[in-house]
Design a protein around this ligand. Structure first.
Ligand code: DGL
Length: 262
């Protein structure tokens, strides 16, 4: 099974992309709704949550892990790879590679939106700079967006206004590429595109990690992730969670409530 975790429902955009790119694979999803959002927590707390989530997924039969949360990936991915001996993917590396490829061919100006933890970690500018130092990277933290998505406020006037406010500085920098550095943001993509400008290329971290996972599974046929049906767990049930899951997958998703750790 492929274990996937996020702080809430946002990582389901990754689970859905994995279904599309790697059909027939069994998924086990954990959304830590009881402790969302992660992005406003300290790195030490986020690392503890990540460790507990991986333990939970392992206990439920995961053979590989996708950290489907930029906040967790930005501060915990390297530690988790040292601590656990199974393959661990995260949303940041594939997204960085794609953004560099696109922007290098245009004006070399990349915007990144994400949670406070992700933007403060400076993981995107650092990793982009490791590939191409010529590129300019402009980040903007957007702490209100995860709660809005978790509440299902996907097309409210307030959400549109907040997005305009968050995107304005990046629009003024004339970015040619915009990284959705949070797996909740694909749910707002249709609102983001007209506000950042229709010529700006949007890079969606959920699609990029699913694409790389497909390649990995093709190269490693010994990784049997096809047994068992997919299962979806959350650490708390909120009124909007099931509706958002249904919206992402286009079908009802049965969410079971279980805790990942103390
Ligand atoms: N979907 C998570 C991410 O990609 C949201 C993290 C949070 O809970 O702040 O960053």
């Amino acid at each position: 099974m492929i274990g996937i975790f996020d702080s809430g429902v946002g990582g389901m955009t990754v689970a859905h992309a994995v279904e599309q790119f790697c059909p027939g694979r069994a998924l086990i999803y954990f959304g830590d709704l009881a402790r969302t959002p992660y992005g406003s927590k300290s790195p030490a707390v986020i690392r503890r949550y990540a460790r507990q989530n991986i333990d939970f997924l392992l206990a439920h039969g995961a053979r590989m892990i996708i950290i489907a949360c930029n906040s967790a990936a930005s501060v915990a991915a390297e530690d988790m790879r040292r601590e656990f001996s199974l393959p661990i993917f995260d949303v940041i590396g594939p997204t960085v590679r794609r953004a560099v490829e696109i922007s290098s061919a245009v004006s070399g100006r990349i915007g990144v939106i994400g949670t406070r933890a992700t933007i403060n970690s400076a993981v995107y500018p650092r990793k982009i700079g490791q590939i191409n130092q010529e590129l300019r990277v402009y980040g903007n933290e957007c702490p209100l967006l995860v709660p809005l998505v978790e509440e299902g406020w996907l097309n409210r006037r307030e959400t549109r206004m907040i997005l305009r406010y968050y995107l304005r500085p990046l629009k003024m920098r004339q970015v040619d590429t915009l990284v959705l550095g949070c797996t909740h943001y694909p749910l707002l993509r249709d609102l983001i595109q007209p506000r950042i400008g229709k010529r700006v290329r949007i890079v969606d971290s959920s699609i990029e990690v699913a694409r790389e996972l497909r390649q990995y599974l093709n190269d490693h046929p010994e990784c049997d992730t096809t047994t068992g049906g997919s299962k979806f767990y959350v650490s708390d049930m909120t009124p909007a969670a099931a509706a958002t899951a249904r919206r992402i997958f286009g079908r009802p998703i049965e969410l079971q409530v279980q805790q990942a750790g103390g």
